[in-house]
Design a protein around this ligand. Sequence first.
Ligand code: ZN
Length: 349
Amino acid sequence: MSNRDNFSQPTKDIIAKRAGGLCCFPGCGSITVSASDESDISSSSTGMACHISSASPGKNAKRYDSTLTPDERMHPNNGIWMCYKHGKLIDTDEVRFETSTLKYWKELGENISRLMHEKGVDYTTALKIVPKQLAENNLKIENLQNENQIIGEALFDSCIHLTWGEKLANSIRDFLIEHSRNSIIHGKGGSVEIKIDYNKITILDNGNEFHPKEFASIEGSGGKMAYSYLTDLFKKDIIITTQRIGDKNRTVISKLNQPEEIFDITDCSIELSISEFKYGIQDYEIHESCQELFVVLPKYFTASDFPRNGVVNKLENEKRPITFIGENLSDMVVGMIKDKYPKSELIII
Ligand SMILES: [Zn+2]
């Protein structure tokens, strides 16, 4: 007798219906059910209900969760609907496809089919408009052998190409590969950890203290090219920040949904009220290890909220590079910020 906690047929049907019969592999969306020529009442299915946490323990069964009961393991919540090709892919590589990744894919796939059903839009449109985030994914690079594949697959699995766009995703992949190599070779670190989650990618390495900009200054290096390309082309879209924390370098690449999310990413950040903006901020404290300052601008400010000449403002004496983060700024206000703080960067959300 099998000791696998297999799905019953009614459970498989629930899993398929919740996904609208479409494959949940991000970007696939293949239809898996149709009429069959066999008889007037038969249908054919090329889809499969895959276990998120494995149905049974086994060699390398990373997704087997011994804390689940058999009922939980056989529940529709533990199943994701896939076309045959992608079902085979995730079932044969339990190391690559983590539980958290598949749970996110299931949620995304179900939300896409719901949008198609409710709004009458096609798959491509639904994929574009469905709310998305990065699927959680953690990896560790301990030697330089197949870092291209490990990083490339982890990024793809996080849905970054759908969430942040193909071009930015590809540039980030280049940067992560070069950055990992630099950390291990030049930084003499033993390992690089990459954590992908929600709106950010965190890179931790235990090598010597360094900032990607420093390696980026090595003329002709791949690191320089990847960093420059990423920061030049996407400086209005993403934030890259590096801080030495304990014995590790922590670099975070983030795409903010709200200006205030910067406080979760770095403590090298402050927030200004309208009066602090207008009358000048007299004092703020950020950690001495901060190599840059992020300033969240007040909401809805306009021309006459800008400080008059002669206002004492600590920001004007700030030696570190400043990046302002604002929401719904008018072109007039953007122009005034550039005039007032010509060396600053501005990210508009
Ligand atoms: Zn598929």
